[in-house]
Structure formats: structure tokens, C-alpha cells
Ligand binder design. Structure first.
Ligand SMILES: *Cc1c(COP(=O)(O)O)cnc(C)c1O
Ligand code: SF4
Length: 351
């Protein structure tokens, strides 16, 4: 396998290279890239060539990114919830800590496309130290989510220096890393990295696959190596029009994730991010997809479908409605759409 650094060095980042490799309009790519950068690893490029649209759409700049009247630059109100730069403290007991402004691939639908991969997202020793100081001074924070960008684009040494400091903070019980490299740059998962990460348990990794074709021999190996290092793996899939917006595709994806030891965690409704409205599905689509999963496949393969409420109001689960009425009996429909009922009372105990 080629080394991950070579993969990054040989990534496609210019319109000329992109339009030589894939069918695209050079002028469009340049216009869009002036606002939102792109990068495609040779590994993912090969997959795009083999699979086409659902992968192409995730990676190749699209003119519609520039003509989106509805979106918000910062849909989750992250900047307002940042006591120090690059640390989002939205929930009382956990904090989102952005430690890298780069990704192996720049997803066109990224929630943080306002800054990821751009010079505006300044992350350096000082901002990281300020984040760590805030976490240390805020004992209500029990869990730190290390994200970005993609934290696994940092060197093992830089990532370890952050983990080391977090480990020393007695109020931190759990560390979680969010990364898409198992999908877009699986060769980043090396033995050395796994040896390093396993020193910082309890450590969880949530990765990000959106299409069954992203599950390859290479990504399976990356996830297996992480799992062998004792790291529980979750997946945060984004529901995307033209990528995975059908019950069949999501069913296949979720079941395949289990085979590579990844537990589906969230299926996200696409955020209201400016430049991404062409990816958005209706909530109904997501609910129908969830109905297709619930009961029909292993409960292990069923993620929580959720939206992240605008302005930082938090994630809200979106669940198909099985309850028809709730009085002295619960009237509901089964996963096969059969009407059922169930008693709803407490035994009176004699006193
Ligand atoms: C999503 C998110 C979290 C984590 O939420 P979970 O439901 O625990 O996965 C934490 N902080 C911020 C700012 C988030 O956006
Ligand atoms: S890997 Fe995550 S942070 Fe990076 S561009 Fe994709 S969605 Fe955004």
C-alpha cells in the first residue's frame, strides 16, 4: 500500500488535474474552488472512476455551491458557542475540539465548509493550548471530541501530544476522535498509529462512510486495525441527495459497516449549510429510510436519524411514528405496518 503521505502529496488539487482525471468543467471547478477548496486522494479518485456519481458528487466541486440562497455559513452557531477559538462547548458535559484544519478530501457537503481547508481556520500551538486550558478549567466536561478538519491528518507525534495532555486532566473520562480517513485515506491507519492510540483508552472513534462502495478491502483493513487496538468504532453518515438517499443504499451501507466492525451511530439530516442545499433531502425521505431499517435489519445496523438544530440547539432524534395513540392502551403499528395494542397501566399495590 502506498504511504499516506504519498497519497496526500499526489492528491488532485488543481482544476487541470481534476479535469484530466474526471469529466468536469475546468472553469466551474476554478470558480467554486476559489471559495471552497477541493482535494481528492488517488485512492478515492480510483473509487470515483469505478463507481461514478454517488462518490463523484461528494468530492467534485459543483456550481450549485455558489448559488445557494437558503443556507447559513455557520448553521450550528458554532462560532457563538466557542469560548476559545476552535472549541465548541454546546452540551454541558462534552466539548468539540477542532485540532486540524485539513482533510484528506474536502466533502462538498461539509457543515464547516465556511472554514475547513481554508486559511480562515487558524489552528496552531497557541489555539490548541488555549483549548486544552479551557477543558482543564471546566471540570463539567467529561468527554472531548477531537475533530477538525480531520485530526488524523496530524502527525502521530502532534496528535499524541494532545492526547497526552487530555489524559492528564482528571475530569476527562472519555476521548472521542471524529475522522473520515478510514474512508478517504485508509492507509493513514498504520500500526504505529494504532500502537499510539491504544495508550489513551477509553478512546472511541467515529468515522464517516456515506456509500456502500466506500467499503473496500483497504477501508476494511483500516477499521479492523483500529478495532484490534481496542477502539470501538461508530459511523456518522450524512443523508445526501444523489449519494445515498434510498432505503436500499442505506440498508446495504449499514449492514456492510457491521461487517467491518463499525457500529452505525448517527444518520444525519444534512445541515442547513450555505452551498450544500443541492444535497438536502426532505425529512420524510429520512423517515422512510429509517422505516426500511427498523425491524428489517439487525438492530445493530440501525443508527439514530437526527438533525442538528440551527443555532446550536443540539441534535434531535427523528424517529418514524409507530405510536398511534396512548391512553389506557397503547395503539401502535408494527414494523410490518400491522396495527397492534399493548396495555398501559400500573398494577395497583395494596398498602
Ligand atoms: C454533535 C456534537 C457533539 C456530540 O454529540 P453526541 O450526541 O454526544 O454525539 C458535541 N458537541 C458538539 C458541538 C456537537 O456538535
Ligand atoms: S471529512 Fe468531515 S470535516 Fe472534512 S470535509 Fe469531510 S465532512 Fe468536512
Amino acid at each position: 500500500m502506498t504511504s499516506w503521505k504519498n497519497q496526500l502529496k499526489n492528491s488532485v488539487t488543481t482544476s487541470q488535474d481534476l479535469c484530466r482525471e474526471l469529466s468536469c468543467n475546468k472553469q466551474t471547478v476554478e470558480l467554486v474552488a476559489a471559495h471552497y477548496p477541493f482535494r481528492i486522494t488517488p485512492y478515492y479518485l480510483k473509487l470515483i472512476k469505478k463507481i461514478g456519481k454517488p462518490l463523484y458528487n461528494q468530492a467534485v466541486p459543483d456550481l450549485r455551491e455558489l448559488s445557494d440562497p437558503s443556507g447559513m455559513a455557520d448553521p450550528l452557531g458554532e462560532e457563538n458557542l466557542s469560548p476559545v477559538a476552535n472549541l465548541v462547548h454546546k452540551y454541558p458535559d462534552r466539548a468539540l475540539f477542532l485540532v486540524c484544519n485539513e482533510c484528506a478530501m474536502y466533502c462538498r457537503f461539509c457543515t464547516r465548509k465556511r472554514k475547513v481547508g481554508k486559511p480562515e481556520m487558524v489552528i496552531n500551538e497557541k489555539t490548541i493550548a488555549a483549548g486544552l486550558d479551557y477543558i482543564e478549567a471546566t471540570p463539567a466536561i467529561r468527554e472531548v471530541l477531537i475533530s477538525g478538519g480531520d485530526p488524523l491528518l496530524l502527525s502521530d507525534q502532534r496528535l499524541e501530544s494532545i492526547l497526552q495532555r487530555l489524559k492528564k486532566i482528571s475530569s476527562i473520562e472519555v476521548i472521542r476522535i471524529g475522522t473520515r480517513v478510514p474512508c478517504t485515506l485508509p492507509m493513514r491507519i498504520t500500526d504505529d498509529l494504532c500502537q499510539m492510540l491504544k495508550k489513551y483508552h477509553p478512546l472511541y472513534i467515529n468515522t464517516h462512510f456515506n456509500h456502500p462502495a466506500e467499503i473496500t478491502k483497504e477501508s476494511a483493513q483500516a477499521c479492523t486495525m483500529l478495532a484490534e487496538a481496542g477502539i470501538p468504532l461508530g459511523c456518522q453518515t450524512v443523508l445526501l441527495r444523489g449519494v445515498n438517499d434510498s432505503p436500499e443504499i442505506i440498508q446495504e451501507l449499514m449492514c456492510k459497516l457491521l461487517t467491518i466492525r463499525v457500529k452505525p451511530y448517527y444518520l444525519f439530516q444534512a445541515d442547513l449549510t450555505r452551498g450544500t442545499s443541492h444535497f438536502r433531502t426532505r425529512i420524510n425521505t429520512g423517515l422512510e429510510i429509517m422505516k426500511g431499517l427498523i425491524g428489517n435489519v439487525s438492530g445493530m445496523a440501525v443508527p439514530t436519524y437526527a438533525l442538528d438544530a440551527p443555532g446550536g440547539k443540539g441534535k434531535i432524534p427523528l424517529t418514524p411514528d409507530y405510536i398511534k395513540s396512548l391512553g389506557t392502551t397503547l395503539e401502535f403499528i408494527s414494523y410490518r405496518n400491522i396495527p397492534c395494542s399493548y396495555p398501559n397501566y400500573e398494577e395497583k399495590t395494596e398498602t
